[in-house]
Ligand binder design. Structure first.
Ligand code: 13P
Ligand code: SF4
Length: 301
């Protein structure tokens, strides 16, 4: 029996739903029930009525699923699937930052640990960060964390004077304005779509046609009639874009933009996760209860 067939059989046996992020390996995306960005997958996890959720993504996504749907068993197929950006701030550091800005509203990107979310007023993803910040009364001071490039982009879009945590994603931050300029020269006329975590996106904003979440890029791929599009984000997304639109050529801004955490999970891990009920992601209820309101605001926005 093929690995794909084994996964399908075990998924049925366990009454499990398999969620996969847009950066997952193509073969993992292909066996998933739902593929999408972190907001879409959070919503799918929240409404999942099957008893088991297998999250082919990274740890903070599985923790989010558990917080939003606590009666389900949430499995992360490989515990090494962390996130360099989420590691850039601890709950203790956030408490110290809050103490220096009493009364400030805390907006935490979904790419944070459950402990950090428990200290936040709002969570957001790349697709609704602007909307969330715009919903906060104009006279309130805002602490935005942990991605400074996303924060700077939101600051430019909203005109809000937010304090930004100096964190970044090691995968996206390596893309610089010089890469943007070079690619533009190599592919004249091709629209450039960029994820807001990119180290190049905010500084090179005039050159970027669209700043989008990963699902935003997928929708762009479906709709574009351009012969060529330059994509500035993790290369795993090219699988969906190319499949949805085989006539456009999707070119990575930098083919080395690979998230090692997202690539930890392969098909065997997914199979073993279902067969051996591993690795169960639990969030202590005291933490989950404090993080839930911020996450509910995120999924509602
Ligand atoms: P999206 O919410 O756009 O899928 O981004 C998640 C992420 O981790 C990007 O690095
Ligand atoms: Fe984290 Fe960056 Fe990987 Fe996204 S691409 S999961 S932010 S390390």
């Amino acid at each position: 029996m093929s690995l794909e067939a084994e996964v399908a059989r075990l998924k049925d046996e366990r009454h499990a739903v398999l969620l996969a992020h847009n950066y997952q390996r193509p073969e993992v995306q292909d066996v998933a029930d739902y593929v999408g960005d972190s907001l879409y997958l959070s919503r799918k996890a929240r409404e999942a009525d099957r008893p088991v959720i297998v999250f082919a993504g990274v740890r903070f996504m599985a923790e989010t699923a558990k917080i939003l749907n606590p009666s389900r068993t949430v499995l992360l197929p490989d515990l090494k699937a962390g996130c360099g950006l989420a590691d850039s701030i601890t709950a203790e550091q956030l408490r110290a930052w809050k103490a220096a800005h009493p009364g400030a509203v805390v907006v935490a990107y979904i790419n944070t640990s459950a402990d950090v979310k428990a200290e936040a007023d709002y969570c957001c993803t790349s697709s609704n960060a602007v909307k969330i910040v715009e919903s906060i009364p104009a006279d309130r001071e805002i602490l935005f964390l942990p991605d400074m490039f996303l924060g700077d982009y939101v600051r430019q879009r909203t005109g809000r004077a937010m304090h930004l945590w100096v964190g970044d994603c090691p995968v996206h931050a390596r893309m610089r304005p010089e890469d943007m300029a070079r690619t533009r020269a190599e592919h004249p006329g091709a629209p450039i779509v960029a994820h807001p975590e990119c180290g190049c996106a905010t500084q090179a904003l005039p050159h970027v046609d669209r700043v989008l979440s990963t699902d935003g890029m997928v929708r762009f791929a479906e709709e574009t009639r351009a012969p060529e599009v330059v994509v500035a984000t993790e290369v795993g997304i090219l699988h969906r874009m190319r499949r949805l639109n085989p006539t456009t050529r999707f070119v990575p801004l930098d083919a080395g933009t690979v998230c090692p955490y997202m690539k930890e999970i392969d098909l065997e891990d997914v199979r073993d996760s279902l067969a051996e009920n591993r690795y169960v992601i639990d969030v202590p209820e005291a933490t989950a209860a404090r993080a839930r309101q911020a996450l509910e605001r995120m999924v509602a926005a």
